[in-house]
Design a protein around this ligand. Structure first.
Ligand code: PLP
Length: 399
């Protein structure tokens, strides 16, 4: 090996003598970090096809690292093609930007992930898109006009955890050639297959997933995905992805890749703990309602049973405090939790709690939800009995 001082120092620093082998066999695939991708020669430069989903042209279009994760997510969700975005919200926005144009009508469930609604309201104000809200457990509230383009679905809904009438809603949308897009963060591709979820093999057109949650599992990385089965639809999304410069870091991608191996085990563990909490929470006198799709008393339970034939559910459970517990009391409860930390998101190792005032979040009249402050528990990987004890201790502060 020639000594570094035999070359001009700066050049020697950059052109290292050892080249990484093209391929060695390792448990995790090699990590590529690339903005620039180096072409062999001018032939390779002129013959590249950057619109080909698997051509390497520039970092924003993807590297073997990002394509590997994208393919795995597509496979987990039962789809064919996948695009990665730097957050779940960015993946949501990609769909809205790629598929909606002036005059189009988009339908959103009343319990939609809040920031999606904010994005759509912004598009509505600036570009003349019409946002309509429906009740996810009442298909008759979905009354699309001839301008309807897109139906957003969420199973379960953020915060109040109603499982929607997925079969009824998708059938109705398909009859009118309206594209369907599911926010699949709760199901994660594990609870049900968004591309085959009924006896009639119904499928949504697009599945969006906040990989920030279960696939990451660490509470430390942001990413999102957009999965389709239709190549034409994928190309439309791919084009918007490319011109908006939506790209993810190789390092983040490799971290999520590594966590995928145990995603299903973590998912099941957190779901089991959530069911234990559900049973205990239902016995407590402070709550007027406990919300979880597996509970026969929760709205949408029948739809969960119809679609989630795996019997699976995620690690989320919400409670509504009786009206006599005002904001001060419920804040006191949250502040006295010790294992549950106050924070947004879910799917990480640490249990999280979040406090919501539903009256500010819903536009339709809900008959299935009691009045009162809502607290959502996102179960981590702690022992379920310790979590119960933690809630019990915090409730004692309210006596
Ligand atoms: C967290 C979440 C998102 C957004 O994901 P981020 O990566 O945090 O932007 C979207 N939808 C649902 C249902 C979520 O829980």
């Amino acid at each position: 090996m020639s000594h570094i001082l035999n070359k001009k120092f700066q050049t020697a620093l950059i052109h290292a003598p050892r080249k990484a082998p093209q391929y060695i066999s390792s448990v995790q695939p090699p990590l590529f970090r690339a903005s620039t991708i180096i072409f062999e020669n001018t032939d390779a430069l002129f013959n590249r096809h950057w619109t080909d989903p698997y051509d390497y042209s520039y970092g924003t279009h993807g590297t073997p690292t990002t394509f590997t994760l994208a393919d795995q997510i597509a496979q987990i969700e039962g789809g064919e093609y996948c695009l990665l975005a730097p957050s779940g919200l960015s993946a949501i926005n990609l769909v809205n930007s790629a598929l909606l144009a002036q005059g189009d009508e988009v339908w959103v469930p009343d319990n939609v992930y809040g920031p999606n609604m904010e994005h759509l309201r912004n598009l509505e104000k600036r570009y003349g898109i019409l946002v309509r809200v429906y009740n996810p457990i009442d298909v008759t509230s979905f009354t699309p006009s001839e301008h309807a383009k897109l139906l957003w679905l969420e199973a379960t809904g953020s915060v109040t955890l109603e499982f929607p009438d997925l079969v009824g809603l998708v059938q109705k949308a398909q009859a009118q050639q309206i594209l369907t897009v599911l926010d699949n963060t709760w199901g994660a591709g594990l609870a049900f297959n968004p591309f085959d979820f009924s006896d009639e093999h119904l499928a949504v057109d697009i599945s969006v997933h906040a990989l920030t949650k279960y696939p990451s599992g660490g509470g430390d990385i942001l990413m999102g995905s957009v999965v389709t089965r239709d190549l034409q639809l994928h190309h439309k999304l791919f084009h918007m992805h490319a011109i908006q410069g939506i790209a993810v870091s190789g390092d983040d991608t490799a971290q999520i890749q590594r966590s995928l191996a145990h995603m299903s085990i973590r998912y099941d563990q957190q779901a089991q703990s959530a069911l234990k909490l559900l049973a205990w929470l239902k016995q407590q006198p402070q709550f007027s309602q406990v919300l979880h799709p597996c509970d026969p008393e929760s709205a949408g339970h029948e739809y969960w049973k119809q679609v989630c034939t795996t019997g699976k559910s995620a690690g989320l459970v919400s409670v509504i405090f009786k009206p006599e517990y005002d904001l001060k009391a419920v804040r006191k409860f949250c502040d006295h939790l010790n294992l549950f930390k106050l924070g947004f998101s879910w799917g990480g190792p640490i249990s999280l709690v979040m406090l919501y005032e539903l009256n500010h979040m819903r536009s339709l009249k809900n008959t299935h939800l009691q009045q009162g402050l809502l607290v959502r528990f996102c179960i981590g990987l702690e022992d379920a009995e310790d979590l119960v004890q933690d809630i019990q201790n915090a409730l004692k502060q309210l006596e």
